[in-house]
Design a protein around this ligand. Sequence first.
Ligand SMILES: NC(=O)c1ccc[n+]([C@@H]2O[C@H](COP(=O)([O-])OP(=O)(O)OC[C@H]3O[C@@H](n4cnc5c(N)ncnc54)[C@H](OP(=O)(O)O)[C@@H]3O)[C@@H](O)[C@H]2O)c1
Length: 239
Amino acid sequence: MELKDTTMLITGAGRGLGEALARQAAAAGARVVLLSRSERVREIARALRDEGRIAHAIVADVADKDAVFQAAGAAVALVGPIDVLVHNAATLGPSTLRPMLDTDCEDLEHALGVHVLGPFRWSKALLPSMLLRDRGALVHITSDAATTAYPTWGAYGTSKAAMEQLARSFAVELEGTNVRSFSVDPGEMDTDLHARAMPDADRATLASPAAVATRVLAMIAREALAPNGARLIASEVLS
Ligand SMILES: NC(=O)c1ccc[n+]([C@@H]2O[C@H](COP(=O)([O-])OP(=O)(O)OC[C@H]3O[C@@H](n4cnc5c(N)ncnc54)[C@H](OP(=O)(O)O)[C@@H]3O)[C@@H](O)[C@H]2O)c1
C-alpha cells in the first residue's frame, strides 16, 4: 500500500511513537488524523499543515465509548475513508506500576479500556469501510509485556496480551481480503512512557521513536513485511 494518499488515523499521536508515525506518514504524502486526549495533537497537526502536509487532529479518549462513532465520523470527514488505523495509544495506568495484589480492579479495567475495548470499538467503526473498498490495515502496537510477565506490569501486560488476541481474531476473519490486521512490538523506546516506567534507564540504550516509526510504516506499506495475522518485533524488520 503506497503511503502517498493513504488515509491514516493514529491514536496516541501527541508524543512518542504516535507523533513520529504521524510526522513521517504525513511527510510521505499520507493524509493523517492524529488523536489523543490532550490538545498537543492540534499543535502537531497545525505545524504539519504549515509544512504543506495534510494532517488534522481529534481530541478524544480512545476508551470513551460514547466518543468513538462521532470522532470516527469526524476523521472520515477530514481526510476521507480511513485506510490504516494504528492502535498506538497506551497507558501505564492511573497509578504507578504495582504488584498484582495492590492493583485495583479499576486499574485493570482502565488498561483494558485503552488497549482492548477502545481499539475494538474503533476497529468496528472503521473496518467496514476498509472491507467495502477492499483496502486497509489495522495495526496494533503491543509490547513484550504481552508475552512475558514482569513484576508490577500485570495490568498493562494482561491488556496488551488481549490486544494481540484481538488482532489475531480480526486477522482470521480478514483472510481472503486485502485488509490486514497485525501487531508490532516496538521494543524499548526513548519516550515519556518509558521514562515514567523506568526513570533510571540508560537512554542511550533505547531506540528512538522515529527509527521505530520508519519500520512500522514500512510494514504498513509492504505486505510482505507484515502479513495478515503477524506479530512482529520492530527491530527484526528491515534489520
Ligand atoms: N516506550 C516503550 O519503551 C514501549 C515499549 C513497548 C511498547 N510500547 C508501546 O508503544 C506505543 C507508544 O508508546 P510511547 O512510548 O510512544 O507512549 P507515550 O510517549 O506515553 O505516548 C502515548 C500517547 O498515547 C496518548 N494516550 C494515552 N492514553 C490515551 C487515551 N486513553 N486516549 C487517547 N490517547 C491516549 C498520549 O497522549 P494523552 O496523554 O495526551 O492522551 C500520548 O500521545 C504504546 O502502545 C506502548 O504500549 C512502548
